[in-house]
Design a protein around this ligand. Sequence first.
Ligand code: NI
Length: 170
Amino acid sequence: MALLPILCYPDPRLNTVARPVRAVDARVRALAADMLQTMYDAQGIGLAATQVDVHERVIVIDVSDERNQPLVLINPEIIWASAERHVSDEGCLSVPGIYDGVERAAAVKVTALDAQGESRTLDADGTLAVCIQHEMDHLMGKVFVEYLSPLKRNRIRTKMLKARREAEKV
Ligand code: NI
């Protein structure tokens, strides 16, 4: 397994639309394992392949307190979303240090392949529902800050670019 570098907003590669995985083979399983390791190392609750510059429909999630319930969702599709919507604070490993409210469906039903290539259906609400929608946005090239006002988004963009410049100086 290996830690993968995570792209940081506003890296334009984060706006790439991911393609479906053709076959869940050893390569895809290795990618999912590396993504899980990278997510745990960064203390995140979810990671999309897009964020590690692999533009295929793979996401990994663990919303458990014990960090021992890894979920691998390959080619995920939302087949139902509740009319009820909630606003909750989100963060993102690609936008470190930024948290803000985003409105999303309170519950979703998702189909996906697991790491064995088996088709699964998942009913999610609460943090898991938020996380699935957030990660699936990444696969469509969308970062959560794009839901915020242009003013907030520009502030975040400036802050991130400044942080990158400072990091490059060292
Ligand atoms: Ni994210």
